[in-house]
Write a protein that binds this ligand. Sequence first.
Ligand SMILES: Nc1ncnc2c1ncn2[C@@H]1O[C@H](COP(=O)(O)OP(=O)(O)OP(=O)(O)O)[C@@H](O)[C@H]1O
Ligand SMILES: Cc1ncc(C[n+]2csc(CCOP(=O)(O)O)c2C)c(N)n1
Ligand SMILES: [Mg+2]
Length: 324
Amino acid sequence: MKLNKIGERAIIDRIFSTGDISQEPDDCSLMDCGEKYILFTTDSISEKIHIPELATPYEAGRFFGSINLSDVAAMAGIPESFMASYNLRNDMEIDYLEEFSRGLSNLLQEYKVEFAGGDTKEADENIFVGFCIGRQEKDLVRKRSYIGPDQILCLTGNIGKVGAAYISYKNGIDVRESSRRMLDIKPRLDVAEIISKAGAKFMMDLSDGLFGCLSQMKHDYGYGFRIVEHEIKMHGSVDEISKITGVSKRDMAMNIGGDYELLFTIENDHFGEFSREMEKNNIDVSYIGNTWEGNNIIFNGERWENIEEKGWEHFSVEPDSPEE
Ligand SMILES: Nc1ncnc2c1ncn2[C@@H]1O[C@H](COP(=O)(O)OP(=O)(O)OP(=O)(O)O)[C@@H](O)[C@H]1O
Ligand SMILES: Cc1ncc(C[n+]2csc(CCOP(=O)(O)O)c2C)c(N)n1
Ligand SMILES: [Mg+2]
């Protein structure tokens, strides 16, 4: 059976089922170092899928670093060192690669992460593979397995900026600015550790969209979510682009993916203390639902609906792709 008949999530299940993977599915893998964990993670991008044609190489380099740092932020780790492996077509312009590297280096400098080297090879497609390593006190690391029943579900910032930019870009609206926005993401290292110290339980980054994350958590850890649509803060562009294109706000903000905000839970009886701590630190957090043992559902203002959408998934069959 071909991969595009299976989809990314099921492919990863099949890889896990081959037996020897020692770690739980999470944003980073962990190495036990006494009082601390070493966190390590890898994330790659391909020019074809992740980099819109009108994006500058500098923007692409920053994006490449950011998505890797985001996986460390997602567990409340402190990133320390980064490696970059490039598989590149032999007709790539050296200027492109230099600008890409400059974007990456500047991003790493901003977050005080060492650029520790990498690997460079000739290939048929341009693929950039990152590896990031970080550290954190064990009791501050936020694992996905810390999810439990009746926790309050929380989300930082607002979502949908990247989804709206993606839809704009596809519809030929303001294409240069849309390309820039598609890559303009921020690893939430500014807030992750504070949120962890304030008592978060499980945490993850939203890379594949809110619906994708909920579906992944239900599948991997057995807990579902009841979320309330009007509690979810959307980026200002979502409404505007929805009106112009007819694509639903829900699709743009929750299904397309590409935002890197943090999704996490707190214990129900800790709400007062936690929300005061967020206000004190000026951290924008929305309380969007709670966990339960049932399936993922959303309250649309009138009734509860099942969430059927699965977010962004590699190898998923496009609706209009021919059957093989
Ligand atoms: N080829 C693979 N071999 C072994 N494990 C894998 C492989 N691909 C993914 N995994 C594991 O599957 C889990 C989910 O991986 P995934 O890349 O979806 O991470 P994520 O943080 O949910 O998403 P993103 O990469 O968008 O940040 C992780 O624990 C990861 O280590
Ligand atoms: C058809 C189509 N093309 C492009 C996009 C944009 N996109 C590609 S990957 C990604 C985030 C997760 O990346 P990864 O899982 O690789 O970390 C996003 C938002 C899309 N949603 N649909
Ligand atoms: Mg992640």
